[in-house]
Design a protein. Structure first.
Length: 319
């Protein structure tokens, strides 16, 4: 594509040069045929440049062609990250998050990683918090006040059950309410992309199925990125008994795949921190047209210079 495609009409200029050059070469050939004393012609011009004589002209015409294309301002498609204006963290606070396979324990490691996530998110991004176990709780509506979010994360308490579907539904409701409020305040409403980040160590055992939450996110056009946290060796002591609580990311990966989000598997506190750093606030990519004029200008300059150099070396004149 071109920003100024009408300038491509200037391609008639190098085309005219090609035609003029061809006509001139035909006349030279005709003159050579009329010169019947070939032995004398060889003595006058013993070192005919042959095909080399056409190279400067070809380079010059090509330079002009590339220059015209560059003037038309060509573009190419590039993928540009789309950053969210609203992010809702949905953190699992089920009993299994008490496992110590991630030191000091899963929940505390998740809290520390969430704090660091808040540090890196741009100030203008609104962040909300949902915690979930057997039910989902909207702890904080999306806000730019990081201290409020930090305090809510610090107060999280473990509860039985895991309701990932309910967490997604609650997060979608928070985002839709927040975006509606933002658009009501804007005199010229603009797009306000949003995303949900779900961190869990297991599968849904309570509340509505994950598919219901996925459907709501799809209808709202909200990407859900998911993080499976913990190892398969995790255990907890519950009511005096040792209970295995292996991390299982299969359901979380399906959620991410079906909503256009990204899936991460973190088996340590360090890995979880890296995940949050990688995740940032990008919710996807959009395709934009970017001008690529400079390469054409450089190519035209190189070709024009090459034409001049060849002409000077072989014929001691400029083309």
């Amino acid at each position: 594509m071109f920003v100024a495609p009408w300038l491509l009409g200037l391609l008639v200029l190098p085309l005219a040069l090609v035609i003029a050059y061809a006509i001139r070469q035909r006349r030279r050939s005709a003159y050579a045929v009329q010169f019947t004393n070939l032995d004398l012609l060889d003595e006058i011009a013993p070192d005919s440049p042959g095909w080399r004589r056409h190279l400067p002209a070809a380079a010059l015409v090509l330079a002009l062609t590339v220059l015209v294309v560059g003037l038309a301002r060509p573009t190419r498609e590039v993928e540009v990250p789309v950053e969210a204006s609203t992010v809702v963290l949905a953190l699992d606070v089920s009993i299994s998050m008490d496992a110590s396979d991630v030191e000091p324990r899963r929940l505390e490691a998740a809290q520390q990683a969430a704090y660091r996530f808040l540090d890196q998110v741009p100030d203008q991004v609104r962040v909300g918090l949902v915690s979930f176990a057997e039910t989902a709780v909207a702890n904080v509506a999306p806000t730019e006040d990081r201290s409020t979010i930090r305090s809510a994360i610090e107060r999280l308490q473990l509860r039985p059950g895991t309701a990932i579907g309910e967490a997604i539904l609650t997060a979608v409701d928070l985002i839709q309410a927040d975006l509606a409020a933002l658009q009501a305040e804007q005199t010229d409403p603009e797009e306000n992309p949003a995303t949900i980040v779900v961190l869990s160590d297991g599968d849904t055992t309570a509340g509505r199925p994950d598919a219901v939450g996925v459907e709501a996110a799809q209808e709202a056009d909200i990407a859900v990125s998911t993080i499976s946290f913990g190892t398969r060796e995790g255990i907890i002591v519950f009511q005096g008994q040792i209970v295995p609580v292996p991390a299982n990311g299969e359901a979380l990966q399906r959620i991410a795949d079906e909503t256009g989000g990204r899936f991460f598997d973190a088996e340590s506190a360090e890995a979880l921190t890296e995940v949050f750093e990688t995740l940032g606030v990008a919710v996807g990519v959009r395709t934009e047209q970017v001008e690529v004029v400079v390469p054409f200008m450089v190519a035209a300059l190189i070709l024009g210079t090459a034409a001049a150099v060849m002409s000077l070396i072989w014929f001691s004149r400029l083309p």
